[in-house]
Design a protein around this ligand. Structure first.
Ligand code: SIN
Ligand code: FE
Length: 297
């Protein structure tokens, strides 16, 4: 049975003060159980001259993140030497996050695949957004163009703010509770729709029934103002200099306030988990009583 932490029990605070070394290890059961691992003393040190990169003016104005993909900076503009320094800073964060997850989760060693690392320089407040893109509404992460086919999203966040400003999140009910609550409203994909989306270039791979369900969970939660207001939830503050680690496809979260964050995404196959049954894929399959990886042929 999946673990169902109540919102005010989601956070697990740990004392580690270094990325490579610390007492915390073998925490797979906690993160798979829907907890946010919170490290208030785990700071990411900036090198001299790097504070300038916290200025949103480095953004190219089109993307909300500055990211590092295959060694190249995206979403930023500036002189080549500045962009190289920016890439080095984000790359150092990626390496720190890698060291951390290898230490915290020995079971995942050699199995986690690193995705993008990013710097998010903009203030959360007042960011204009459609309801679907509004991350101030409780949601689980799911992306329309990027089908995951059950692959997990493990994220390492860090608050880099220099003005004493916390990053404030809300966290919600457990994934199993969300799945059960929304199950009566979940619809199967239309026959042929996955192939059509792929043909049109709207998705980068075939959208599996799992991805279709995850997108519906994301949208049903965000669109439902009653759910946003009344669903079980707790507010958590991540102070400047703190780090937190979470399966963001599993833990309902919303960001309310904050500025200056770093983030590294890792991918993990549910079969490489300590307890694969806690994966959203398996919880949804159990709740709905059917397999969700059949391709829509
Ligand atoms: C999100 O994944 O919803 C964004 C979290 C954040 O910006 O703090
Ligand atoms: Fe999110």
């Amino acid at each position: 049975m999946p673990h169902r932490p109540a919102p005010d029990d989601v956070l697990r605070t740990l004392d580690d003060a270094a990325w490579e070394h610390g007492a915390s290890t073998h925490l797979e059961h906690l993160v798979e159980g829907g907890h946010v691992l919170h490290f208030p003393r785990l700071a990411f040190a900036l090198h001299s001259g790097e504070e300038r990169f916290l200025d949103p003016a480095w953004s190219d104005g089109r993307s909300k993140n500055i990211s590092l993909r295959a060694g190249a900076v995206r979403g930023a503009r500036g002189r080549a030497e500045d962009l190289a320094a920016l890439a080095a800073m984000i790359g150092r964060y990626a390496a720190s996050a890698q060291s951390l997850v290898e230490r915290l989760f020995p079971k995942y060693r050699g199995k986690l695949r690193a995705g993008n690392a990013s710097l998010r320089p903009f203030a959360v407040e007042g960011r204009p957004s459609s309801w679907r893109k509004d991350d101030a509404r409780l949601h689980v992460d799911a992306f329309p163009s990027n089908p995951m086919a059950g692959t997990r999203l493990l994220r390492v966040f860090h608050n880099l703010n220099r003005d004493g400003k916390a990053r404030t999140w809300r966290v919600g009910e457990s994934f199993a509770d969300l799945a059960e609550r929304m199950a009566p409203r979940l619809r199967a994909p239309l026959p042929g729709s996955a192939r059509l989306l792929r043909l049109l270039g709207a998705t980068k791979a075939l959208r599996t029934p799992y991805d279709h369900m995850m997108l519906q969970l994301h949208d049903l939660a965000k669109a439902d103002l009653g759910y946003q207001r009344d669903a079980p939830q707790a507010t958590v503050d991540f102070a400047p200099g703190s780090t937190w680690v979470v399966f963001s496809d599993q833990v309902l979260h919303a960001v309310m306030r904050g500025q200056h964050m770093m983030e590294q995404t890792f991918y993990l196959d549910p079969g490489d988990q300590l307890v694969p049954g806690t994966a959203p894929l398996h919880v949804l399959e159990h709740t709905l009583g059917r397999g969700l990886l059949r391709r829509d042929a």
